[in-house]
Design a protein around this ligand. Structure first.
Ligand code: 5GP
Ligand code: SF4
Ligand code: MG
Length: 466
């Protein structure tokens, strides 16, 4: 998901809609904005892309105020229903409260069971609603204390933006900082103490002309209101375990994550991959869009020419965000076409970011062969995906992960390639500025590749016992 918030700028909801548009790649199922005009909250949410939900100026006119938060939904828990669209808004003892959440809690089912027993009535099937109930029933006497009380009870990955009448915007990253969140500022609002922006990625600061200030630190809470910005660290410093897959695939290439430009990181991953998995070939072809920066790096390092041998239709969303297998299969055909003159009679190196179910790769390879390629060598910029993500990226269960159920040779045969290779862990960590995975140990989450989950999977372990 993508989260975005603005404090102290006129027409905050218009900036929020623009920010969400720049974060569209993080979720395409639904979008929502909640604004506050110093008296009342206003909200609008809908299924579909940001442009579909907020493209009408009459809709924007219903969202007045100089404070707003927004959310792009990519379902990891809960189905595709309007009542699951965020930001979630609720009235409680201290007035209104809106929450936008990127990530996934690992103990939400356990907490929800206890909350329901105490009489809480849930309106959505998202894990995010747990935050609202924990804040509403907390015995502390300020919103901020209740917020801290709530986050101390949850486990999992979360980047949160909360909108409250008195404490303004509250932004937070979970203690290990698995999902990103950055702080920005609109120039010209220093005197009024306003202009603050929170965003999942820096690409959304750029679109509205905000300057990047810094990343929110793992475990840090920032409170933004008329008194300025305050930072709290109730969890101390536990070191970060940022999601390595944000670098490989999820984030937009023009974003800067924890000080590293994503585009440069992807090019370096491609170069490492070329050194590790060299093969004689005539062209390096990316599977667009996610494979493009790393294929540029691969081509430069190998000396094999880079060509756009596959053309992507941009009017189709990321295939894996579509909820059913049937739609996903349709989506793949709608999305990619072979560029025949580049492929015919050539030995092709195909570069892609990951193999999850394997359905995309198989279709792409069939298509490339049908266009006349004489050899197809698949190169993947992540290690094999063998485990599900429980922290906010929608990888399917283990039984559906091709690398969890097939050997390397079986995978190559099913996908139909002449050779198949993945980047090594050390190669990946080298591309991110470390000497090896051991050298970078404890810096990232890489659980979907290693099975080393840095945050306990409370619900899952509970399920295993019962
Ligand atoms: P698949 O192997 O599942 O057919 O698709 C792999 C490609 O689609 C990758 O290049 C990646 O861009 C994207 N992708 C497809 N499904 C998923 C998924 O469930 N999770 C993630 N993280 N990426 C996926
Ligand atoms: Fe990222 Fe994989 Fe960790 Fe999920 S399991 S947070 S996708 S590295
Ligand atoms: Mg892809």
């Amino acid at each position: 998901c993508g989260v975005f918030g603005v404090w102290g700028v006129p027409d905050a909801s218009a900036l929020t809609a623009l920010g969400l548009h720049a974060l569209q790649h993080r979720g395409q199922e639904a979008a929502g904005i909640v604004s506050f005009d110093n008296e009342r909250f206003h909200q609008h949410k809908g299924l579909g892309l940001v442009g579909d939900v907020f493209g009408d100026s009459r809709v924007m006119a219903t969202l007045p105020g100089s404070v707003a938060i927004g959310h792009n939904r990519y379902a990891t828990t809960g189905g595709t229903h309007v009542r699951n669209v965020q930001p979630l808004y609720a009235d409680y003892e201290f007035g209104g409260l809106a929450v936008a959440h990127n990530g996934n809690l690992t103990n939400s089912a356990t907490l929800k069971q206890a909350l329901v027993k105490r009489g809480c009535i849930f309106h959505s099937s998202t894990d995010t609603e747990v935050f609202i109930h924990l804040i509403a029933i907390s015995l502390y006497t300020t919103v901020l204390d209740r917020f801290i009380d709530a986050v101390k009870q949850v486990k999992g990955a979360y980047s949160l933006i909360t909108l409250t009448p008195d404490d303004g915007l509250i932004g937070m990253r979970d203690p290990l900082g698995v999902r990103p969140l950055v702080l920005g500022r609109m120039p010209g609002y220093e005197d009024s103490n306003g202009g603050w922006v929170l965003s999942s990625e820096t690409c959304a600061l750029d679109i509205i002309g905000a300057e990047y200030v810094r990343d929110i630190e793992p475990g840090e809470i920032v409170v933004i209101n008329s008194e300025g910005l305050r930072s709290l660290r109730p969890f101390g410093d536990q070191g970060g375990r940022f999601c390595v897959f944000e670098y490989i695939y999820f984030a937009r290439p023009d974003s800067v994550l924890e000080g590293q430009p994503v585009y440069e990181a992807r090019k370096r991953i491609g170069a490492e991959l070329a050194r590790e998995t060299a093969v004689e070939a005539d062209v390096v072809v990316p599977v667009p869009d996610s494979g493009v920066p790393s294929a540029i790096g691969y081509a430069a390092e190998s000396g094999i020419p880079f060509e756009l041998g596959i053309i992507r239709n941009h009017y189709v969303g990321r295939t894996f965000i579509e909820p059913t297998d049937q739609i996903r299969n349709l989506g793949v055909k709608m999305k990619h076409s072979a560029n025949r003159p580049v492929l015919a009679g050539r030995r092709v190196v195909l570069v892609d970011d990951s193999i999850v179910r394997g359905t995309t790769s198989r279709k792409i390879v069939d298509m490339v062969r049908a266009a006349g390629a004489t050899e197809v060598h698949m190169r993947i910029t992540s290690p094999p995906t063998r485990h599900p993500c429980f922290y906010g990226i929608d990888t399917p269960e283990e039984s559906k992960l091709m690398a969890a159920t097939h050997t390397m040779e079986e995978m190559a045969a099913v996908i139909g390639v002449d050779s198949l290779a993945f980047i090594s862990f050390d190669g990946l960590y080298r591309a991110l500025g470390h000497e090896s995975r051991t050298d970078g140990a404890g810096r990232y989450c890489d659980a979907c590749f290693t099975g080393d989950y840095p945050i306990t999977l409370v619900d899952k372990e509970g399920n295993l016992v019962s």
